[in-house]
Design a protein around this ligand. Structure first.
Ligand code: SAM
Length: 255
């Protein structure tokens, strides 16, 4: 089976088209938490640059890193000239320059857990901020949610990503906040939710699903079958809940 983490490049153009932008409330939240001007940032797994744009537009000098060449090629079309880019997986990043902000948008769970927090700490200025955010897309109507689940079930139990450290969904603090709270390099871990609701056509919802890794790693014929089965049970327009969970933590001043 193809690697789920590296499945996105095949659909880079669809990713750019069907995934939503990140809201300005997100950069407001990060800036308010930082409590001081954020001048430089390093982004992990920047994809097509959806979160890169948000911070670059605020005047942050962002270095966007991304291992997939097709995603990075899309990103370069979409970001201001002030953005630096580097084709690299998180695991390939080496300490050197330190940043006021290190962040990952819907990408941290794809990175290797070994040495994750020491690597991030080494990339941050003392007192610098780490941010990780993302969240699933779910039909708001429970009946539609159930119809989609049943249409998918013969092929795929769930299209979501299980918690990397097994934190149950009803726990108040979710991953990676759970790990940040335990990490010797970080303090002041905070979890927030930014509410997001979308109305979209059935076709655009399927377009969105076509960028989700659980489907991307299936054989093309199965993927097509699932999408046509889901399409048949969808109303013309769907309301989507797509709340963003945001984790923030501050790097200690000392090592
Ligand atoms: C769901 S996409 C998110 C893209 C973008 N950050 C966004 O929010 O739109 C996940 C991204 O993580 C990247 N990725 C996968 N494995 C990675 C790794 N080990 N290090 C850094 N990025 C990785 C993928 O190539 C993909 O672009």
């Amino acid at each position: 089976m193809p690697d789920r983490a590296m499945s996105f490049g095949a659909v880079a153009a669809a990713y750019e088209r069907f995934r939503p932008e990140y809201p300005v409330e997100l950069s407001d939240l990060v800036t308010a938490y930082a409590g001081r001007p954020v001048r430089t940032a390093l982004e992990i797994g920047a994809g097509t640059g959806k979160a890169t744009r948000l911070f670059a537009r605020r005047g942050v000098m962002v270095t966007a890193t991304e291992p997939d060449g097709s995603m990075l090629a899309q990103l370069r079309k979409n970001v201001p000239a002030t953005v630096g880019t580097m084709q690299a997986a998180f695991e390939e990043l080496r300490p050197g320059e330190r940043y006021g902000l290190v962040y990952a948008a819907a990408a941290l769970h794809w990175t290797n857990p070994e040495g994750r927090w020491s690597r991030i700490a080494a990339l941050l200025e003392p007192g610098g901020v780490f941010a990780s955010f993302g969240g699933p897309f779910r039909p708001a109507d429970p009946a539609v949610q159930e119809a989609v689940r049943a249409a998918r079930a013969p092929f795929l139990e769930s299209d979501e990503i299980p918690s990397p450290d097994g934190t149950p969904p009803d726990h108040t603090m979710q991953w990676p906040g759970t790990e940040l709270q335990q990490s010797r390099w970080f303090t002041d871990t905070q979890q927030s939710t930014i509410e997001r609701r979308f109305m979209m056509s059935a076709r655009d919802y399927i377009g969105h699903l076509s960028t989700v890794s659980a489907y991307l790693v299936l054989p093309a014929s199965e993927r097509e079958q699932i999408f046509s089965r889901i399409m048949r049970v969808l109303p013309d327009r769907i309301e989507i809940f797509a709340d963003l969970t945001v984790h923030l933590a501050r790097r200690h001043h000392e090592d």
